[in-house]
Design a protein around this ligand. Structure first.
Ligand SMILES: Cc1cc2nc3c(=O)[nH]c(=O)nc-3n(C[C@H](O)[C@H](O)[C@H](O)COP(=O)(O)OP(=O)(O)OC[C@H]3O[C@@H](n4cnc5c(N)ncnc54)[C@H](O)[C@@H]3O)c2cc1C
Length: 418
């Protein structure tokens, strides 16, 4: 890779189709997501009416290839939809996007038969999807999985427990990552499709969460769960870790988009409030320190949005590659940090009312935190980004003469690339 290519040059082109899907998402968000957000959050209930409206509007087809009944509209369109939904209810943004996370292993790595069997059902919204990677003892270090899948004749038998499965219980299809070869370092893990109702597959705990309460997050248990070998994703053992990493690269712009939507939703409410709340005989938006908060919120939200769109467009245009992996990590990390900062400032603009559960702004604050944790914590995103930077430093040898020579004796390019 040439050093010049380290700078992402991305033309973001919104297709007519992507803009139509965005408009549909906005309508659904206004009509059936925002009005129900507070009530369903309080009851910890899933917004099935909104999910059905998304299915009817064909929005689950967004990331499904045309050959399997989808729109082939890509990650940028998916991000535009996730943003609109999250603006109305950030919890519902993930309720939608997790279906993409769960189906990407099939889209990106599945066999022709698996794609033909499952993708049309997912696209039609007939089947919801969940992604089962994390376990109690394997979070950031996803290579340390303990759930096993053992070949038995024409089947695999899965045993163990998964943690934090978003959409668990609602989903009909689960992409499950399990160890098939304990002795291998690089080919230890394989991914499987497990259908709801398979004997031995149960949900034992529904988590009581701080935020995103409208979408269930559960523990899934596998007690001698027998699945046919046709359910091994891609038909080859040992591809699971690769499928998981490719999936996360594709899904992270969607998380970034949820964060952008959450930021915009909180900013919009703070902006409206600041223009109506009067203190010292003027709207508080006339006070410079409130203006600074609002201006910072707007700048951060817009920067996050542009990076998110660029990362999504890059994946659509160039597919999985190291630069896109770095971009996806940067978009996820920046946007979710921004969402947390913007939600915090939005509460501040609301003053005491911001701290009350009577108004949606408190929910934006509670919902924002998870964006910095799931689909790879922001520490992990920074590790991914830094590893790319260290590799790129090896390609910037021509700058060597501009750094102090005594340091070069200890840290040469070879060391940087070690
Ligand atoms: C609400 C919710 C929904 C989720 N949904 C799903 C889902 O649908 N499917 C799924 O598979 N998983 C899901 N997850 C799991 C999520 O992806 C993990 O929680 C996340 O990857 C972190 O893992 P962990 O919680 O085990 O934390 P740990 O990995 O134990 O990390 C704890 C802390 O240590 C830091 N840390 C760890 N390693 C390093 C390191 N090398 N360098 C620096 N810091 C480090 C982390 O950044 C973090 O701050 C969900 C989690 C939650 C809470």
């Amino acid at each position: 890779m040439q050093a010049a290519e380290n700078v992402m040059q991305q033309n973001i082109v919104f297709s007519e189709q992507a803009l139509e899907l965005q408009a549909l998402a906005r309508k659904i968000a206004d009509e059936v997501v925002r009005p129900k957000a507070a009530e369903l959050d309080e009851k910890h209930e899933y917004n099935m009416e909104a999910a059905q409206a998304l299915a009817k509007a064909g929005l689950f087809k967004t990331w499904i290839p045309k050959e399997y009944g989808g729109h082939s509209a890509g990650v940028l369109a998916l991000s535009l939809i996730a943003e609109e939904l999250a603006k109305a209810d950030s919890g519902f943004g993930v309720a939608f996007a997790v279906n993409a996370l769960g189906s990407f292993p099939i889209v990106l790595g599945g066999t022709e038969e698996q794609k033909k069997k499952y993708l049309p059902l997912i696209g039609n919204g007939e089947k919801f999807v969940a992604f089962c990677l994390s376990e109690k003892f394997a979070g950031s270090d996803a290579s340390g999985l303990a759930v096993t899948a053992v070949k038995d004749g024409d089947d695999y038998i899965i045993n163990g427990e998964k943690k934090w499965t978003t959409n668990g219980g609602i989903a009909d299809i689960y992409t499950v990552f399990a160890v098939t070869d304990r002795t291998s370092r690089s080919r230890r893990i394989s991914a499987f499709i497990v259908e709801k109702g398979t004997p031995g597959f149960t949900i034992n705990k529904v988590e009581n969460k701080m935020g995103i309460r409208g979408v269930p997050v559960v523990e899934t248990h596998f007690d001698n769960v027998r699945v046919p070998a046709e359910n091994l994703i891609g038909g080859r053992e040992g591809m699971g870790f690769k499928h998981a990493m490719m999936t996360l690269d594709h899904a992270r712009p969607g998380v970034a988009a949820q964060a952008v939507g959450a930021s915009q939703g909180a900013l919009d409410l703070a902006n409206v409030y600041a223009n109506r709340r009067v203190q010292f005989k003027v709207p508080i938006s006339q006070h410079q320190m409130v203006q600074k908060m609002l201006a910072d919120m707007a700048m951060k939200t817009e920067s996050a949005r542009q990076l998110t769109y660029a990362a999504a467009a890059a994946i659509d245009e160039k597919g999985p590659n190291p630069m896109n992996s770095k971009m996806a990590a940067m978009a996820k990390c920046l946007s979710s940090d921004v969402a947390m900062e913007v939600a915090t400032d939005a509460v501040q603009v609301f003053g005491g009312y911001g701290f009350m559960e009577d108004y949606p702004i408190a929910k934006f604050f509670r919902d924002a935190k998870i964006l910095q944790i799931y689909e790879g914590t922001n520490q992990v995103q920074r590790i991914v980004i830094a590893r790319h930077l260290i590799r790129e430093a090896g390609e910037l040898e021509h700058l060597k003469e501009f750094i102090p020579t005594e340091t070069q004796e200890r840290y040469g390019a070879e060391d940087l690339n070690a």
